[in-house]
Design a binder for this molecule. Sequence first.
Ligand code: ADA
Length: 572
Amino acid sequence: MMLRTFRQHRIRTTDTLDGFWQCAVGADIPGRKKKPSLYPRHVHVPCSWEMIPGLESYRGTAWFKKKIPHKTGFATRLVFGGVSHTANVYVDKKHRGSHYDAYTPWSILISSGKKESSECIVEVDNSFGEHSALHIPNDYYTYGGITRPVEIQYVPDVYIESVHATPCRRKNGGWSLNVEIQLHNRTGRLLERSVRVEIAGQSCELGPVSVRANDIYTATKKITVDGVASWSPQSPRLYLLSTVLLEDDREVDDLIDRIGFREVRVKGKEILLNGESIRLRGYNRHEDHPQFGCSIPVEGMVADLNIIGDLGCNFVRTSHYPNDMRFLDLCDEMGFFVWEESHTRTVDFRHPKFESQIEAVTREMVEWHFNHPSIIIWGCLNECESETRFGRKHHKKVIDLIRSLDPSRPVSFADNRYSNDICFDLVDIVSMNIYTGWYKKRPEDVGAHIDTLIKWLNGKKSSGGKGKPLIISEFGAGAEYGCRHRSRMHWSEEYQCDILDESLRVYLNHSDICGACIWQFSDVRVTEEKRWWATRPRTMNNKGTVDEYRRPKLCYDIVKRRMHEARKHHGV
Ligand code: ADA
C-alpha cells in the first residue's frame, strides 16, 4: 500500500516498503538500550505492535530492519507516513535522522554513492517520559510501531519537495489557483530548472529558475482555471494537480496531488462553503481498532466512513491528532468535511519539550495535508489552559503559526473552560466540549445549559467569541455495549440514548450553533496507567455510537433519525 489512495508519481520511481520487516523487540531482550544483533521476529508493516500476541501492552523500544535498494544517479528518499511515536533511523549503521510524534509524515534523504543497497534500521520508541510532551498517558492509546505506510523514492539532483495549492473563487464564479512549489537542490552546485503545472487539461510553465546549492527554492504562480466543477459533500469533484520538473526539456521529476475547488469562509455566526452556509453534523473519531490498533487498513477506514455517512453525518473531527493521509483522501473522495487537529489532548504547556514538539507537529500537519479539500478547519490544543495569561500566550503562538502556514482555512480549538476562557478572540470559530447529562447535570438540562453559555458568549464579559460561529465539538455519554437496563442508569445503552437524543434535538436545531460533533464514533482503548480515565469500565472510553468492533449500540438509530432530519431541514 502506498502513502495515498492515488498515484503521486509517473516520473519519479517509487515503491512501497510495506510488508515484512525483521524486528527485535526490547521486551525480548530486557535491559538492552543499544541496537540488537539479532532480529528474530518478522513484523508486517504498517502495524501497531500491541496487535502481536505477547506484546499487547508493551511500552518501550523495538528495532525494525530492512534492506533498501538504491538507484544509480539518484538519492534515496524514505517517506514515513507515521511512526509511533519516536523514531531514529540508521542507514548502514550511521544515524541519519529522527522524528517525534506518531501522527505526521516525515522523510529522510540518503545519498547512496555507488552502493547498490543499504541496511536500514528504524528504532521505534513509544514510552512516556521527559522526552515526550504530547504523547502522554491519556484518554486514548499511544500504540507502538511503524504504524502507517512507508515509501521509498528515488530523487534527482533537484526534486519537487512539495506543492501547495489554494483555490480562490473569482467574482464571475470561476476559479483561480495559487500554487506554491518547493524545489530542493540536494547538490553543492547552483542548478537551473523549470516546472510545468498541469490542471484540468490546462498547462503552464514556470521558470527557468536557479536553485541554489543545498537550498530550497519556492516558486509561486496564480493560475486561472476554466471549466472546473466545485467540490462539495454532495458532489466531491476532485482534480489532479500535476507538477513536472524539467532539466532543459527533459522531464526529470514530478509530484501529483489532488485538489478540489472550494472556498471556506466565516461570516458572522456562519461557516460558508463556496458562499453558502453549512451545518456540520458529525463525529469525533480516534484511529483505533481492537484488531489493528491505530494502523487501520484502508478498507476499515472506508467502513467507518460508510457508517458515519449512514448516520446522516457530513463531518469528522480527527480528535486529537493529524490522521493517516489515506483517511483524508477518502474524506476528499466521499465528500466529508474534516476538522483536522494538531496533536494535543490536555497537555502541560510547562513541559520543557512542549513548545518545540507542538510547533513541529503543527507545521508538519499543515504542510503535508495542505491540499485536502475536505479539511475545512484547522484545530489545535484540545482542552488546554485557555483560562490563564500564560496559556493564552501558547494558544496565540500555535494559532498564529497555523495562520502563517495557511491563511485560507478557519482555525479553532475545543474549549472546556467555558466562561473562564480568555482565548476565543484568537480563533475564527468558537468550539466547546460540553458533557451535559454525563459528568454533570441531567439530559433535560442540555437546552438551558447551552443557552446560559451562549448568553455569556454574546455578553459583555465574553472573551471575544461574540458573533462568531459556534460548534459543539464534543458531547456524549458512555455506554457499555450490551448493557441494557430499564432503570436507564449510567453506562446503560438507554442512558446514552437519552443524552444523545436530547443533545441532538437541541444542538441541531439551535440558530446559534452551526456544528454538532458527537463524542465519539467508536469505543477506544485508553492508557492503562493509573489516571482517572483508567477507572473507565474495560479501560476504554465507551462513548462510541458503535463499540470497538463497530457494532451499533442502541443509540445508533436515534442518532440516525436526528441527523437525517437535520439534513432534510438544513440541506448539505
Ligand atoms: C474530553 C476530551 C476527550 C475525552 C472526553 C471524555 O472532552 O476531549 O478526549 O476524554 O472528554 O470522554 O470525557
